[in-house]
Design a protein around this ligand. Structure first.
Ligand code: 2PG
Length: 262
């Protein structure tokens, strides 16, 4: 595949304290863990070592994305890069599961339901209560957003629908102009994004897990299609093939392949 234009860098934020504690996170807003901050520094070092220099940074409204981006930019020494934040890049809303212990939820429902809530394309977890949503959306960062930007739960299909305008209106034009935007996203929002960029089927995206803190690279070919090139989707394939940790007491998830075993 012949590359043209710029490159798109995707990065899942470093591990958060909720990831470390096996808590469903979604639109809740935990900070990075100490390991997560280290992963962010390593991601910055990987970009630096490979000469991948972002020209702009794009985060969600959640601090684990914002803080990871700040660490990466600091490692690269690019303190004056333009930074854009959008609710469209937020993690998938985990509905009523938000803030709950994954092991406790796994003990309450059958394995197929648990897996469908976490990894299916079309099924959304049960909705968050109106009062919990009202408390979440009292935060000033969400003031002024339209009602459709304030979900009470989301399937991966919902995430894909709200993410695509950011790709087509903001990111893709930057690539066409030869720029290199860095998106610091989330485990499930990036699954939806990768699904679109690689044309994965709903069945394939159900098997896709994206590790924290491992940069990914996409480019546009001359036909305007996105591709990963011969090296695969991960800039650090060795780190990306380490098993995705989901905590003690829960079975291991699939191991992501270096070129998108998805
Ligand atoms: O809690 C979450 O929001 C996500 C990603 O961190 O977890 P899971 O991998 O279970 O979808």
């Amino acid at each position: 595949m012949t590359a043209s234009g710029g490159a798109l860098l995707l990065l899942r934020h470093g591990q958060s304290v909720s990831n470390a504690a096996d808590i469903f996170t979604g639109w809740s807003d935990p900070p990075l863990s100490a390991l997560g901050a280290t992963q962010a520094r390593q991601a910055g070092a990987t970009l630096d070592r490979l000469g991948r220099r972002p020209t702009s940074v794009h985060t969600s409204l959640l601090r684990r994305s914002i803080d990871t981006a700040a660490i990466v930019v600091a490692v690269l020494g690019f303190g004056r890069l333009p930074v854009h934040r959008s609710w469209r890049l937020n993690e998938r809303h985990y509905g009523a599961l938000t803030g709950r212990d994954k092991r406790a939820v796994a003990a309450e429902v059958d394995a197929a339901t648990f897996r469908a809530w976490r990894r299916s394309y079309a099924i959304a977890p049960p909705a968050m209560s109106e009062s919990a949503a009202a408390a979440m959306y009292a935060d000033p960062r969400y003031a002024g957003l339209p009602p459709e930007a304030l979900p009470r739960t989301e399937s991966l299909a919902d995430v894909r629908a709200r993410l695509l305008p950011y790709w087509s209106d903001v990111l893709r034009p930057l690539l066409v102009a030869g720029e290199t935007p860095l998106v610091v996203g989330h485990g499930n929002s990036l699954r939806a994004f990768v699904m679109h960029l690689e044309g994965l089927s709903p069945a394939a995206v159900e098997r896709l897990d994206i590790p924290t803190g491992v940069p990914m690279l996409y480019h546009l070919d001359r036909g305007g299609q996105t591709g990963t090139g011969a090296a695969g989707r991960y800039l650090d394939p060795v780190s990306a093939t380490e098993p995705v940790r989901i905590g003690p007491g829960l079975p291991a998830l699939s191991t992501p392949g270096p070129s998108g075993a998805g």
